[in-house]
Design a protein around this ligand. Structure first.
Ligand SMILES: C[S@@+](CC[C@H](N)C(=O)[O-])C[C@H]1O[C@@H](n2cnc3c(N)ncnc32)[C@H](O)[C@@H]1O
Length: 373
């Protein structure tokens, strides 16, 4: 049996080739062909389709007719990273199936996973701003002696951001040898009714925008937990009900002022639920919108608190700031790396604990000194 997050890659052997091609274009990777018992048969890649298109029998072909049974694979009892790196160094493809000796499909290993640390340094990973926020928190936590942290994305919609969190968390856990729990908060029905259209900037984001297909997303997720409901409620009860590992990274993409306020309200919970400094990403701090939306929520939060501060408070002022026809979007947003902030918990008992030589764990010192993988 294969894991549910692999569904998008899996095709039964008797499925018509056009259907398989549609699935392939959605998976953007490879198709793994399995038999009636869900056991591995082979894979189909771009070249296999290319060969099939010239066949006069194409209409009658199924997955089994074009799949490559002699493809490269890695067995789950092998050193997946060492094997994968060797293969990726020699061949141009980007995905390798990982299977058990019994033929069960376990995972799809990618070039980005094989060379994660090198691509991190070269800033070539998807959603680099997510990578740096998760890495930064995990690295500090490790130095301070924590053994696990939590990463939260507020505003999940289709789930592309949350799936990215999982990808980065998985590799950073391996490299830094620290636990990372991932949570995604959403109401699963799009932007809620707004009670203050100006502050929520509804001229940019109408009510109902960004729907989640919850069942589809649950199939794609590997270990992230969805916290479904209005953030005004879930952000309030989360710490007490879930007792999460200390929260080190908060990625905010809820668009509205009225949804950002309860997210920041969560920071008022007890210090034990947080690292002393929390890496934060605000997706919607844009040029010219200093007195509404996320910017206003940050200003008000900083005014309210003497010992809790979000820095820098200022807007990200790099965007062009106009409506772009054709693209149908407002171009007032700076690059994601300019929308990153940090919450300082000045009264946190570990705020002043030194980060220099803080970790006796040699593995953390080796992170940058060993080969970048
Ligand atoms: C822009 S989308 C998130 C996109 C996602 N982060 C990504 O990268 O693909 C904004 C999401 O915030 C959610 N949202 C906004 N306000 C909310 C609230 N008060 N409670 C729950 N969800 C909310 C909406 O349902 C929507 O799915």
């Amino acid at each position: 049996m294969y894991k549910k997050f692999l569904k998008k890659y899996i095709s039964k052997s008797d499925v018509n080739i056009y259907k398989v091609f549609w699935q392939f274009s959605m998976s953007n990777a490879i198709i793994i062909v399995v038999d009636d018992n869900d056991k591995f048969v082979g894979i189909i890649g771009k070249d296999d389709f290319r060969k099939a298109w010239s066949s006069p029998n194409i209409d009658k072909m199924t997955a089994i007719d074009i799949c490559n049974r002699n493809c490269t694979r890695i067995f789950d009892d092998q050193d997946v990273y060492a094997m994968g790196r060797n293969v990726f160094a020699d061949f141009a493809f980007n995905n390798i199936p990982i299977i058990t000796r019994d033929g069960d499909v376990i995972d799809v290993f990618t070039r980005e996973r094989a060379f994660y640390r090198q691509l991190y340094v070269e800033e070539k990973l998807p959603r680099m701003h997510y990578a740096t926020q998760i890495w930064g928190a995990a690295y500090e936590a490790k130095k301070l002696g924590y053994d696990a942290i939590s990463v939260i994305e507020f505003g999940v919609a289709g789930g592309n951001g949350l799936i990215n969190c999982e990808f980065h968390a998985k590799e950073i856990m391996r490299i830094l040898n620290i636990g990372i729990d991932v949570y995604g908060f959403d109401n699963a029905c799009g932007l809620p009714e707004s009670s203050d259209g100006c502050k929520d900037m509804v001229h940019l984001w109408p009510n109902g925008l960004f729907q989640m297909d919850k069942a589809l997303l649950e199939d794609r997720l590997q270990f992230a937990k969805l916290v479904i409901g209005d953030i005004k409620h879930t952000a309030d009860i989360f710490c007490d009900e879930y007792n999460p590992a200390p929260i080190g990274t908060i990625l905010i993409d809820v668009d509205y002022y009225s949804s950002t306020v309860p997210v920041l309200g969560m920071l008022e919970k007890d210090d034990r639920f947080f690292l002393p400094r929390i890496y934060m990403f605000f997706d919607d701090v844009g040029a010219f919108y200093e007195f509404s939306g996320e910017n206003l929520a940050i200003k008000e939060f900083n005014l309210r608190h003497e010992f809790l501060k979000i820095s820098p408070e200022s807007v990200a002022l790099e965007g062009v700031g106009g409506w772009v026809d054709g693209f149908e979007g407002w171009s007032g947003w700076a690059a994601p790396t300019k929308r990153v902030k940090m919450c300082h918990r000045f009264k946190h008992p570990r705020y002043t604990q030194s980060l220099y030589n803080a970790s006796k764990d040699k593995s953390i010192q080796d992170v940058w000194t060993t080969t970048l993988r």
